[in-house]
Unconditional design. Sequence first.
Length: 227
Amino acid sequence: MTASKRILIVEDEPAIADTLIYVLNSSGYRTEHVGLLQTALVRLQSTEFSLVILDVGLPDGNGFDLCRQLRRFSDIPVIFLTAHGDEIDRIVGLEIGADDYITKPFSPREVATRVGVILRRLGAPNPTPAPNSPFDLDSQAGRIRYCGQLLDLTRYEFLLLKLFIEHPERIFSREQLLERIWQDPGDVFDRTVDTHIKTLRAKLRLAAADQDPIRTHRGLGYSLQSR
Ligand code: CA
């Protein structure tokens, strides 16, 4: 139901913000508008939104940084607004965990359509783990069974696999995994992720030799096959 969906618009140009507010309100969404990165972060930490529309160039920072910070505590869908082609490359690379992007100038109708597509996709039944999943996650006990076998995992292997199981088919970049799993990625490197994926794969092979459920997406990251 769109009536209950609340969308945060982070955009410092009033004319663009007004257009977005108008088109989204007309489509039945509730909107809130802020013009600064810091204000947006405070609102996102304190309030439940269904989606964020995020301008890349903001007076007190850029949308990429906000998205990175946001991804530490939220899976909320993010649509970037971008004015430059070179920004698109970064967004498309999924390095910052965006769901979609819209280039300026944009048609208001297109924005409403994209928002609708993403929210419908999220609203669709998507139980985790997916039905028929060979994974059985017990978060409380910190245990994961795979094909009926209890896995003997280190803390980071467990956290990695748990994240994948909770988001079947979603591609996580190394940077996203570092930020989400290692929290303080200051002293770890990209290969830390690769090393843990490697040991995790080896343990999954011990449980089911003919399966390789963790997929490598060249240049993008890793995902877990849902069945
Ligand atoms: Ca701007």
